[in-house]
Write a protein that binds this ligand. Structure first.
Ligand SMILES: Cc1ncc(COP(=O)(O)O)c(C=O)c1O
Length: 387
C-alpha cells in the first residue's frame, strides 16, 4: 500500500494551471505551432559558449562565495553604471540562480507573514506564488489596456495600507510587452518615498526594447538608490536561460539578508555560469543587437497580421518578446486558447495564466521563427474568419 503524504499548506496555495492541460495536448501533437515559449529560441552565442567550455577546462568546478565571485560582481557593477545609471558597489550586488531566485530571496528578506506586496496583474506567473508560498499577501494592481497596460498611480495609492512593504514592477512586461513611461516611474518613486516602501524592479527584458525606446531603471531616479532592488537576468538578453544566472542590486542590508538566505538554499549561483556571465557582459555585444533585430522583425509581422484579423485588437508591444492581443470578442481567454489549439493547431497562453486581469487576452510569444509565426497567423486568421 502506498502512503498518502500530507503536503504542506504552502503547496496547496500554488495555482492550478489550465495551461498545463493545454501544453500537454500541444506536446503530443507534432502539427501544433507553439507561440507559448517564455525563453529565447536562439542558442547561447558562440563566444559565450566558448567561455563556458574554457571555465570547465580550467577546472572551475567548485563552490563560489554565496554572494557571487568578486570579478563577476565587479563586472556587473560596471554594467549597471554604464547601462542603467545605477551606482552600486560589489557589496550591493548578489549573483543568483536566475533572477527568479533573486526575486524569491528578496521577498523572503522583506515580507513577513501577513505583509503585502503589490504585484502587477496581469504579470509574470511566478509573482503571486512567490509571495503566497512565503505566507505574504500579494495585492494585485490591475494593468488595463485603456492605460496602455500601465498601472494607475491613484489606484495604486489606494491599495497601500500599513501592511504594505513592497511594490513590484516589471518593464518591459511579461506578458503585455509594454514598458512603463518615465512619468509613471517618477510618480511611483514619489509614492514609495511618501509611504516608505521598497520597490522591486524586475528588468529581465531590459535589452529587448524596440523602435529606439530606452529602458529606464527606476533605481537610477533621484532618491531611489536606497529603496529599489533591481533584478536583472542573462536568460533573455544573452539567450542563457539554462545557465541559471541572474542578479540583484540594491541596499546593502537587504542584499546581505538575501545572501544569508542564499547560503541555506542554493549556496551560490553556478561557478561556471558566473565566469561565463563575465564574457557575456564584456565580450562582443553584437549578438544582443542581432537577436533584437530578429525579434523586432517578428514583432512587426505579428502586429501587422493581428491587425488584419477581425475581432482581435492588439496594443503595440514595445519590449520583451510577447504580444498580448485582446480576444474578448471571440470568447474567454481559455476558450480562445482552446479554439486556436484545436482548430488552428496554434498554442497561445490564456491571459488568465497571468492573473485575473488577464481575462480577455492571450499571450503570443514571438520567440519562435518568422516562418512559424507566419504560418500560425495564417491558421488563426482562417479559423477566426470561418467561425
Ligand atoms: C518577467 C520575468 N522575470 C523573471 C524571469 C525569470 O528569469 P530568470 O530566472 O531565468 O532570470 C522571467 C522568466 O520568464 C520573466 O519573464
Amino acid at each position: 500500500m502506498t502512503i498518502e503524504h500530507e503536503i504542506s499548506e504552502r503547496y496547496s496555495r500554488l495555482p492550478s494551471s489550465n495551461f498545463a492541460k493545454i501544453l500537454k495536448i500541444a506536446v503530443e501533437d507534432k502539427d501544433v505551432i507553439s507561440l507559448g515559449p517564455g525563453e529565447p529560441d536562439f542558442t547561447t552565442p558562440e563566444h559565450i559558449r566558448d567561455a563556458a567550455i574554457m571555465a570547465i577546462d580550467k577546472g572551475f568546478t567548485h563552490y563560489s562565495p554565496p554572494g557571487g565571485r568578486t570579478e563577476t560582481k565587479e563586472t556587473i557593477a560596471k554594467k549597471l553604471k554604464k547601462d542603467n545609471r545605477i551606482n552600486v558597489s560589489p557589496e550591493e550586488i548578489i549573483v543568483t540562480c536566475g533572477s527568479q531566485e533573486a526575486l524569491f530571496l528578496a521577498t523572503q528578506s522583506l515580507i513577513d507573514p501577513g505583509e503585502k506586496m503589490i504585484v502587477p496583474n496581469p504579470g509574470f506567473l511566478a509573482f503571486i506564488p512567490m509571495v503566497e508560498t512565503l505566507t505574504g499577501i500579494p495585492e494585485p494592481i490591475p494593468l488595463r489596456e485603456k492605460n496602455g497596460f500601465e498601472f494607475d498611480p491613484d489606484e495604486l495609492e489606494k491599495l497601500i495600507d500599513r501592511r504594505t512593504r513592497v511594490i513590484l514592477i516589471n518593464s518591459p512586461s511579461n506578458p503585455t510587452g509594454r514598458m512603463l513611461k518615465r512619468k509613471t516611474l517618477e510618480k511611483l518613486a514619489d509614492i514609495a518615498i511618501q509611504h516608505d516602501l521598497v520597490i522591486f524592479s524586475d528588468e529581465a527584458y531590459e535589452k529587448l526594447t524596440y523602435d529606439n525606446r530606452k529602458h529606464i531603471s527606476i533605481g537610477s531616479l533621484n532618491g531611489m538608490k536606497d529603496r529599489v532592488i533591481t533584478f536583472q537576468s542573462f536568460s533573455k538578453s544573452y539567450a542563457m536561460p539554462g545557465f541559471r544566472i541572474g542578479y540583484a542590486a540594491g541596499p546593502k542590508d537587504i542584499i546581505q539578508a538575501m545572501t544569508r538566505l542564499h547560503i541555506y538554499t542554493t549556496v551560490c549561483a553556478p561557478t561556471l555560469s558566473q565566469l561565463t556571465a563575465i564574457e557575456a557582459l564584456t565580450g562582443n555585444q553584437s549578438c544582443v543587437k542581432e537577436m533584437r533585430t530578429q525579434y523586432n522583425r517578428r514583432r512587426k509581422l505579428i502586429i501587422k497580421r493581428l491587425k488584419e484579423i477581425p475581432d482581435i485588437n492588439c496594443l503595440q508591444p514595445e519590449g520583451a518578446f510577447y504580444a498580448f492581443p485582446n480576444i474578448s470578442k471571440l470568447g474567454s481567454s481559455v476558450e480562445v486558447a482552446n479554439l486556436f489549439l484545436k482548430k488552428a493547431k496554434v498554442l497561445v497562453v490564456p491571459g488568465t495564466e497571468f492573473g485575473k486581469y488577464g481575462e480577455g487576452y492571450v499571450r503570443m510569444s514571438y520567440a519562435t521563427s518568422y516562418e512559424k509565426i507566419e504560418e500560425a497567423m495564417d491558421r488563426i486568421e482562417k479559423v477566426v474568419k470561418n467561425r
